[in-house]
Design a protein around this ligand. Structure first.
Ligand code: AMP
Ligand code: MG
Length: 317
């Protein structure tokens, strides 16, 4: 393991530069949460719409008080049970929080990532805003080479290997009753009920048509490869230059297509989905076909809610 020079990365951030770093979900593009010029640079290099707010990443619970004066009891429970981890929590923001971070909302999104490199970096820099380190519209990066490719090597990347979850964090607003999951992720509504004793409602993907300003980013279709993505069904006749992702143990007659079988390993399916989207582009596939999930599969595997959400976004692109 190569040792990481946190001091020099910290210096880069302090000087207003961007540094990409690994988290357990996806690679983040980090800038100081208190540097307006660096934050503008994030929006510029990503091509990210300015009304899409950023998540602030912290490494110690006390850092939260830089951004909010009040932690609602249910948010406190969520922090105790799920931080560090893939859960982003919405808080009422302090007046001092930069508008570019919150896209002008009166709330701020905070998360403590469960990754030793991210935590150590933030210990050296203070809180970092860190959207996924991809060009807007591309799938989020789950390997350091994805970031290198999107930015032609122009942005420093701390290599922490492959991300172990591979999907963006669950985003929850616990300031309302009921609490609302604005973006599904690895942590499901069921797990929150089990550990915290309240069941959040999950905002439907189709709500993006009549979306509320509560979760601006969710109206944008992210996560899509250049090739069209479809659910695989009887009516579809994939060309031989297609990529087919099968997550159950079903067999498909090989017509020359690239067929990937995940044999019921849904964590691996989630972890590798974006990498396969990116490979489909590199290999100039005509289309990507994905085996749909059955009700039983969705019920028995909590990560599939998030996986289905990301696939639907890729399909609707
Ligand atoms: P990304 O950094 O691309 O993973 O996206 C972060 C997402 O978090 C945004 O697109 C929003 O959906 C959500 N988010 C961030 N800040 C807020 C906020 N203050 N209120 C509601 N949702 C937020
Ligand atoms: Mg993103």
């Amino acid at each position: 393991m190569v040792s990481i020079n946190y001091k020099s990365y910290g210096e880069l951030i302090r000087q207003g530069n961007l540094v990409a770093f690994p988290t357990e979900t996806v690679y983040g593009l980090g800038a100081s949460a208190w540097n307006p010029a660096a934050i503008n640079e994030i929006f510029r290099v990503k091509g990210r719409p300015s009304d899409n707010p950023l998540i602030v990443h912290i490494s110690k619970v006390d850092m939260i008080y830089e951004f909010t004066n009040y932690i609602p009891p249910r948010a406190k429970l969520l922090m105790q049970k799920f931080w560090p981890g893939p859960l982003t929590i919405i808080f009422k923001k302090k007046n001092t929080v930069l508008d570019s971070v919150t896209a002008g909302l009166d709330t701020v999104a905070l998360r403590m990532p469960d990754h030793p490199v991210a935590l150590e970096l933030i210990n050296h820099t203070g809180p970092l805003v860190a959207p996924s380190a991809n060009i807007s519209g591309k799938p989020s990066p789950t390997k350091s080479e994805h970031v290198v490719k999107d930015y032609n090597g122009k942005i420093p990347v701390i290599d922490g290997g492959d991300c172990k979850i591979g999907l963006e964090s669950t985003v929850i607003n616990a300031t309302t009753t009921p609490a609302v999951i604005l973006r599904p992720g690895f942590i499901s509504a069921g797990e929150i009920e089990q550990k915290c004793g309240f069941l959040p409602v999950v905002k439907k993907t189709s709500d993006k048509d009549n979306f509320t300003p509560q979760s601006p980013g969710t109206k944008y279709s992210h996560y899509a490869p250049d090739a069209p993505v479809y659910w695989l069904d009887q009516t579809k006749k994939p060309t031989s230059n297609s990529l087919i992702l099968l997550h159950s143990a079903i067999q498909l007659k090989d017509g020359g297509m690239t067929i990937l079988k995940f044999d019921g390993d849904y964590s691996r399916f989630a972890r590798e989905l974006y990498d396969w989207f990116r490979k489909a582009d590199i290999e100039k596939k005509d289309a990507v076909y994905i085996e749909p999930f059955t009700k039983t599969q969705l019920m028995n595997n909590s990560i599939l809610e998030a996986v289905k959400n990301r696939i639907e976004k890729a399909i609707s692109n």
